[in-house]
Design a protein around this ligand. Sequence first.
Ligand SMILES: Nc1ncnc2c1ncn2[C@@H]1O[C@H](COP(=O)(O)OP(=O)(O)OP(=O)(O)O)[C@@H](O)[C@H]1O
Length: 301
Amino acid sequence: MSIIVEHLVKKYGTQTAVNDVSFQLKKGEVVGFLGPNGAGKSTTLKMITGYLQPDSGNVQVAGVDMLQNPIAAKRKIGYLPEANPLYLDMYVKEYLNFIAKVHQLDNIPNRIDQVVELVGLGPEKGKKLQQLSKGYKQRAGLAAALIHEPEVLILDEPTSGLDPNQIVEIRNVIKEQGKNKTVLFSSHILQEVEAVCSRILILNKGVLKTDQSIIEKMESADTQALIKISFKEIIEPQWLLRLPSVTTAEKDKKNVWHITTADLDVTRKELMALALNENFTIISMETGSLDLENTFREMTK
Ligand SMILES: Nc1ncnc2c1ncn2[C@@H]1O[C@H](COP(=O)(O)OP(=O)(O)OP(=O)(O)O)[C@@H](O)[C@H]1O
């Protein structure tokens, strides 16, 4: 595992910003950390990267315990914080040279050339950081995060405040990096996470709501539809699961069921026939899609 997060808790005064969050990231995964403003994403990322001490819980990065061995653990991580902390008076190469020295790297000029190429900073590499556009500043931050060839890349809202072209460019850099690194990046833009990640973690009010593969989700969204049905009577799941077209049936509230199906029309008819034959009363029946947006809204209500 590249990242193991176990029961992380962080309180600010009486507010619990992160509440018992646990997850694991496998080597090579690109994972989106999604949640509305104030959900606790940055706080969680700061604890994973060792910039903030958790009140309780553990973090391991590439097998190294962050609390017991923070220097070794931090070496494994490239971190781009939300407020990209650049020394704006420095030239691009001067800044990267400074960061490379902090990491005590060998053959620094070569490595700088490599990261400049990697993040597409070439055309701007002769400028001062303060002269760069926001998109290029972000690339400089990414170059600094990548210079020591970390196994794990952690990016806190890397595309926030960028224009649409810059967003696409930064996303491409992230995708490219995801080919040989574990990447965890936060965003509150669902489409972005969908475009870049193979997996999604949804955080709401400090609590992890779901940890599901986007690919699975999208595959099921393509083929499955959702019916929300409410009966007057309390019925057993078997009644629904026995219907030939029903894939899953889960109880929401006492008499309300969420049913997934590959064939909406057939299931509707089967539900009507069931009600007729068994003398059940259907109070309401709604249909919806199982897409990610619905999931996100459900999870962060
Ligand atoms: N240093 C701090 N002192 C007090 N409260 C804080 C501090 N940092 C964060 N918080 C609070 O903790 C909660 C979680 O904040 P956090 O920045 O982790 O959320 P987030 O999901 O990253 O939000 P955003 O998407 O807006 O960046 C918020 O309610 C925030 O106001």
